[in-house]
Write a protein that binds this ligand. Sequence first.
Ligand SMILES: Cc1ncc(COP(=O)(O)O)c(C=O)c1O
Length: 399
Amino acid sequence: MIHLAKRAQLLKPSPILMLAARAGELKAAGNDVISLSIGEPDWTPYPNIKEAAIASIREGKSKYTPAAGIPELRKAIAEQASKDLGIPYEVSQVTASSGAKFVLFAALQAIVNPGDEVILVAPYWASYSTMVELADGTPKEVVCDQTVDFKLTPEILKKAIGPKTKAILLNSPSNPTGKIYSRAELSALAEVFRANPQVAIISDDIYNRLCFEHKLAPHILHVAPDLRDRVIVLNGASKSYAMTGWRLGWALGPKEVITAMTNYQSQSVSCANAMSQYAAVEAIKNCDPDVAKTVESLKDRAAVLVKALEEIPGVKVAKPEGAFYLWVDVSAYLGKSLDGKVMKTSSDLAEAYLNDQMVAAVPGSEFGLDGYFRLSYALSKEEGKRAVDRMKVFFAKLK
Ligand SMILES: Cc1ncc(COP(=O)(O)O)c(C=O)c1O
């Protein structure tokens, strides 16, 4: 018998991928399943991205690449980020690898020592806490509920920082809430960071091009460029360019951190998929107009679904500002029952909603705040509407 290592014992599969897999099984068994679970665009990459990948294969550009990525990609990333953030980044400050998820994993491995605390702003993306634990760190969750519009405030931040704080993860637009920090809110947080120079800031910008009112989400570096030596900027091709399965993400930051991350990558995955890297160069350089059209479509879908959801008694929706998630307060239904089973948590509600109505929604508990559903609306308006109609039926059945 082989005993599992401690780190593997604490490892749970990603609940969102599990839910998506269960929805897939139900679908394969012939059920009319609608999945609002996985954070994945329902459109495919823009044609020029696909052509760039195909051209790279035809030209035989399918060898191992440097661990930090091909020079053209690192240059394109550095140029885009320099323009976006108003700070000059050099190519040596860029590393790319197999998805932003792995790049974040490498960042945490590069900076967290055993016992270090990493502040997570709940509700937060489900994978953050396990990744911190896998780096032998301690996730320090701070709950930011509806009273603060699900966003970190300087007061909450001040209280959360202690002698063991190594880093904080910020994500705007947010998965799961779709909320965006304003420049003023970021400036207020920056004051607290200035007073606590030991804290590194990991800014997960994976949705930064998917904003309804801005071309680009406001950034901590827009308002506090003086913090640049403490900020690790994280981004990738999955969401803006619909390249989820192509697995390409990147980070920018202080040279020594980026080098450590690259070394981590070189000793683990070697490098990102070569074809995806060539395709991402094209995406970064030439797809901003396409992304703008996509954002209009997302905004439209969000408006339709928010309106439909708000017609369900007791349901409240946090006004979405970007990304493609709705954060829906379903706490009015906690304590009610279906067929004798009491709905104690949003997890019970999500399970019953899937079994009864064949719709997969992710329970808020997976993001560190119970009483909510996260609905991914990167699907057609018609399908989204059908899912909401079924929610209405489902909630009406709860007694
Ligand atoms: C907040 C957030 N960060 C990072 C990622 C990782 O994206 P990827 O690994 O596909 O680049 C995701 C994906 O769902 C996300 O929602």
